[in-house]
Design a protein around this ligand. Structure first.
Ligand SMILES: Nc1ncnc2c1ncn2[C@@H]1O[C@H](COP(=O)(O)OP(=O)(O)OP(=O)(O)O)[C@@H](O)[C@H]1O
Ligand SMILES: [Mg+2]
Length: 306
């Protein structure tokens, strides 16, 4: 497990709203604290990280320093494809691409192109020396990936798009992205799931996609939002007998409900472990909007386990 943060790329995915951004950020904080120069990549038009650190929203594609050794960048796949076509074409003006429908035509005709260009950008971030200005590079790139289906599309883009363009720069780039994604020493895949009865199905679906697309398996499942088991069975027994007052009865019922819920979640965790997944539980933080203190608390929780 200790090797997970030592890879070049960590890819965090899972269903919508399960805590991908929260956990990708927590991993970023943890890695930076360990002395690694780390960048968290947000994909699509989210761009939430700078705000979380009290900074103004930067433009897509701009690397922003969030804190000591920690950066973020937001990659917009449409924008990335447009830039790439411009670099490639030279003669084709950006205005023409944007206005004439050429871009839409190309994007539709070349499935996987946007995803591949985004993956190439991510790959570039993992390289010490890059085409553009910044020297130094990053030790770790954490991708706050889109939800499962889209994430698998991204991961499979070297195959999808590379198959169309076997020669030229695209072929070379596809190959480099694929090498990074297929090498367990260089990249890692983390699934985020909530402890519902869908957790196992969702995780297996992701695992299948990874296996088929890349010959890889999930490194870790982060089971998010776990409730604490506050009471022992004996305490619950005693509470159940406190039926002298209405308040006593309500408190006992509430305690029992919380206990059952925590136990249910624990069973989901055990089911995942029986499937031989490496599972890390992440506690539910009461009253936590996604603020920096909450993410720091989650990072502190992961610190002992990663
Ligand atoms: N451990 C936790 N305890 C309490 N609240 C949490 C926890 N993890 C995430 N949340 C909250 O759940 C909500 C969804 O989290 P987050 O935005 O990280 O999910 P996501 O998977 O990135 O969502 P999306 O698919 O929309 O990108 C947020 O309001 C966040 O603050
Ligand atoms: Mg998110």
């Amino acid at each position: 497990m200790s090797s997970l943060l030592e890879r070049e790329l960590l890819f965090v995915t899972g269903k919508g709203g399960v805590g991908k951004t929260t956990l990708a950020t927590a991993l970023g904080l943890l890695a930076a604290e360990r002395g690694l120069r780390t960048i968290v990549v947000e994909l699509g038009d989210q761009g939430r990280l700078p705000a979380l650190f009290g900074l103004p929203a930067p433009q897509a594609g701009v690397e922003t320093l969030l804190g000591e050794r920690l950066w973020s960048i937001s990659i917009d796949p449409d924008q990335a494809l447009l830039e790439w076509l411009q670099q490639l074409g030279g003669r084709v003006s950006g205005r023409m691409l944007a206005s004439s429908g050429t871009f839409q035509y190309f994007a539709a005709a070349a499935p996987g192109a946007k995803e591949l260009v985004s993956m190439v950008k991510i790959w570039e971030l993992t390289q010490g020396e890059r085409w553009q200005r910044r020297a130094g590079g990053y030790d770790l790139v954490v991708v706050d990936a889109p939800s499962t289906g889209h994430a698998l599309g991204l991961l499979q883009s070297p195959q999808t798009f590379g198959a169309i363009a076997r020669v030229g720069p695209i072929a070379g780039q596809s190959q480099r992205v694929r090498e990074l994604l297929q090498d367990p020493g260089r990249s890692g895949f983390l699934a985020v799931a909530l402890a519902t009865d869908m957790a196992v199905t969702e995780t297996l679906e992701l695992q299948d996609g990874l296996r088929r697309g890349l010959g890889r398996t999930l490194d870790t499942v982060l089971l998010n939002g776990l409730l604490p088991s506050r009471f022992t069975a004996a305490e619950l027994e005693r509470m159940a007998r406190l039926d002298g007052s209405e308040i006593g009865r309500s408190a006992a019922t509430a305690a029992r409900a919380a206990h059952d819920r925590a136990r249910f979640q624990h069973n989901q965790l055990a089911r995942l472990r029986r499937r031989r997944f490496e599972v890390l539980g992440v506690p539910f933080l009461f009253g936590a909007e996604l603020d920096l203190t909450a993410v720091q608390r989650i990072a502190a929780h992961l610190r002992r386990r990663l």
